[in-house]
Design a protein around this ligand. Structure first.
Ligand code: GAL
Ligand code: ZN
Length: 662
């Protein structure tokens, strides 16, 4: 199977989306010159070129693309060639309105933007596949070709009749019989029983709450339907170019695709990442989470940052540029956490269209712009750091994450609408990040024996296999920390007997979860060590042998267990029945980590400073606006500057070092 190394060829990749169709020919030559000067070695071409390549159905206009690829090649720049299938031309919607997606209320989403296709439409699929096949045929042997980029940020959903028929086929495969579907969906409730497959629909807008398992299955189905679009194009490309890797760019921490399942189908895992520069170190923590997830999707190996912004985006209410140093910091953060390439949206800022105020590697200020200077400096620096390529980040802690649980936990009719899977994941991962601990993310069913500490921020839905997996991990000597409202539902979103699965309760030392006791927005509940819990509490009863390190100290549950710690087999399992405030959660996870023998990459780090080990290099990154001094246990050399640091490292605001032990 081809891999990122086949595209990177021993270097860190550097480049971005390149949209020459928006520019006259003479600009193309200038682009290639400027790319070379900026150290660019990869240009992603064609992402939104469908209307240009196929101006009329079946017509091909490849001439301009031939020229662009030849120019890039002459300039020594590799090409990440996209299939332009994320944005069909207007002729498709005009001639085949059934290719246009419909929302849950039946409204058509029209052309004039992008992503307007029904993933289940055979017409859309056939056109997309023909185009991918022709692209592979035409450019499969082009010497500039390094990587295929299929579609863009898959994430469309559709509730139309074609999608309904496809959904039914998918359900038949999952359940076999209508009886099995009725049982899984619990249709005895509210007179929802189906007597004929033809009656079954996607979860369309209805008078009141829609069946939760129907919604869960529709999420699963939508992810699978999109994945079929991807794999069909991938197979057409791979048949022609078996040695060229294929990717599609994920949105960061995105609910619309089962990211574990998708990643398995890619040669290269890539992601788009746009932390908000206005948010300070919190944005650094968010970046670390997305990077850790992406690396984990890539099986721990190198991945590609397919899009980042060199400055401001244009889709937030207020779009802040990156202050001096932040682009460099966040770029090296991605490399530290396993990226073997950094690309941008986009190379040259558009002068028209919806993204004309989005930053680019070459902004409206042009080649003498302050901002473009930073892009060049980064390119030069990356060019000197080929030694990092192919190396791995090793983590002794894992945070469990699962799309099924995300989808099931986000529905209506819960004890509280406030808890949000992604926010809880972020809060727990950030607590580890602030404690200077590196974590992988992992699917709850993957073997965990490589880890000492496993954290479950919240997995509302846990399969039997996942529960067995957690049990094996703890019994084998692992340290498990589990957040509230975990293990409540089975794979069909059916509440487990007793409210929380019995095997999980045994593991955690919980006799009964009497009641879930959610807190109001902004409400805090005092805990026995003087800290506070937020968002949630529970009325718990523990088994005799289970320790209770923290109790509720206020509110209706005062005196009852808040955090428990149970010895099971050779390991321990903690249950955290509230969301401790950030500092308290950090202390709790740091304590569990210390007990498990998991240490930070560097001791004595100030807040907001990140240290990650990748291969032989120790990256130290200052996310703060103040300079810091970091103690070093031994002399190191900074590979970025060549400076030697014997016992301490001084970093300016947003400073970075890539240290190698002398
Ligand atoms: C990404 C997308 C790009 C561009 C970018 C702007 O989500 O893939 O095409 O729109 O956002 O930030
Ligand atoms: Zn549809």
């Amino acid at each position: 199977m081809p891999a990122l190394a086949d595209a990177a060829r021993g270097r860190l990749l550097y480049g971005g989306d390149y949209n020459p169709e928006q520019w006259p020919r003479h600009v193309w030559r200038e682009d290639v010159r400027l790319m070379r000067e900026a150290g660019v070695n990869l240009a992603t071409v064609g992402v939104f070129s469908w209307a240009r390549i196929e101006p009329q159905p079946g017509v091909r206009d490849f001439g301009w693309l031939d020229e662009v690829l030849d120019l890039l090649h002459e300039g020594g720049i590799g090409v990440c060639l996209a299939t332009p299938t994320a944005s069909p031309p207007p002729w498709m919607g005009a001639r085949h309105p059934e290719t246009l997606p419909r929302d849950a209320a039946g409204h058509t989403l029209w052309y004039g933007s992008r992503n307007q296709y029904c993933p289940s439409s055979p017409v859309y699929r056939a056109h997309a596949l023909r185009l991918a096949t022709d692209l592979a045929e035409r450019y499969g042997d082009h010497p500039a070709l390094r990587l295929w980029h299929v579609g863009n940020e898959y994430g469309t959903a559709c509730w139309c009749d074609t999608s309904a028929a496809h959904f039914r086929r998918w359900l038949r495969q999952r359940y076999g019989t209508l009886e099995a579907l009725n049982s899984a969906w619990g249709t005895a409730f509210w007179s929802q029983g189906y007597g004929d497959w033809a009656e079954v629909l996607p979860p369309r807008t209805a008078p009141y709450l829609v069946n939760p398992t129907q919604q869960l299955d529709f999420r699963r189905f939508t992810s699978d339907a999109l994945l079929e679009c991807f794999t069909a194009e991938r197979d057409a490309l791979a048949a022609r170019t078996p040695h060229t890797p294929v990717t599609t760019n994920f949105m960061p921490l995105f609910a619309g695709q089962d990211g574990w399942r998708w990643a398995r189908e890619e040669d290269v895992v890539s992601v788009d990442l746009y932390p908000d520069p206005a948010k300070g170190p919190e944005a650094g923590a968010y970046g670390a989470l997305v990077q850790d997830l992406t690396r984990s999707q890539a099986g721990g190996g190198p991945w590609l940052l397919m899009e980042q912004a060199s400055g401001a985006v244009n889709w937030r209410g207020v779009n802040r540029p990156k202050p001096e140093g932040l682009l460099r910091l966040w770029s090296w953060q991605a490399v530290a956490r396993g990226a073997d390439g950094l690309c941008f949206f986009q190379w040259r800022a558009s002068r028209q269209g919806s993204e004309k105020f989005h930053s680019a590697m070459l902004g409206h200020a042009g080649e003498t712009g302050r901002h473009h200077r930073r892009v060049r400096e980064l390119g030069a620096e990356l060019d000197r750091m080929a030694e990092v390529t192919g190396t791995r980040v090793r983590a002794e802690a894992a945070v469990l994450h699962d799309w099924d649980a995300w989808w099931a936990s986000g529905q209506d009719g819960r004890p509280s609408a406030l808890p949000d899977h992604a926010e809880l994941l972020g809060a727990w991962h950030r607590a580890l990040w602030e404690a200077h601990l590196t974590a992988d993310l992992a699917h709850p069913e993957t073997p965990l024996d490589g880890y000492r500490l496993v954290c479950v921020p919240q997995l509302y839905l846990l399969t039997d296999a996942a529960i067995d997996n957690l049990t094996r991990f703890v019994h084998g000597g692992g340290t498990l920390v589990t957040g509230f409202f975990t293990g409540v539902a089975d794979a069909d979103d059916r509440v487990r007997e007793g409210g929380v699965d019995a095997r999980l309760r045994a593991l955690l030392g919980l006799r009964t979860v009497h009641e879930w006791w959610p807190l109001a927005d902004g409400e805090r509940v005092a805990l026995s060590d003087g800290t506070h819990g937020t968002l949630w509490s529970e009325d718990l009863e523990t088994e005799p042998g289970c320790a209770v390190p923290l109790r509720y100290a206020g509110g209706e549950l005062a005196g009852r267990p808040a955090v428990t710690r149970n010895a099971a087999g050779a390991g321990t399992a903690r249950y955290v029945s509230t969301l401790p405030e950030p500092a308290a959660l950090r202390a709790l996870l740091a304590g569990a980590a210390a007990e498990a023998g998991v240490r930070p990459a560097l001791e004595g780090l100030p807040g907001g400073v990140e240290a990650v080990r990748r291969g032989e290099l120790l990256f130290v990154l200052n996310h703060g606006r103040e300079p810091v001094t970091v103690p070093l246990p031994a002399p190191h050399t900074d590979r970025l500057t060549g400076d030697r640091h014997t016992s301490a490292l001084a970093l300016p605001a947003y400073g970075v070092a890539a240290l190698r032990r002398d």
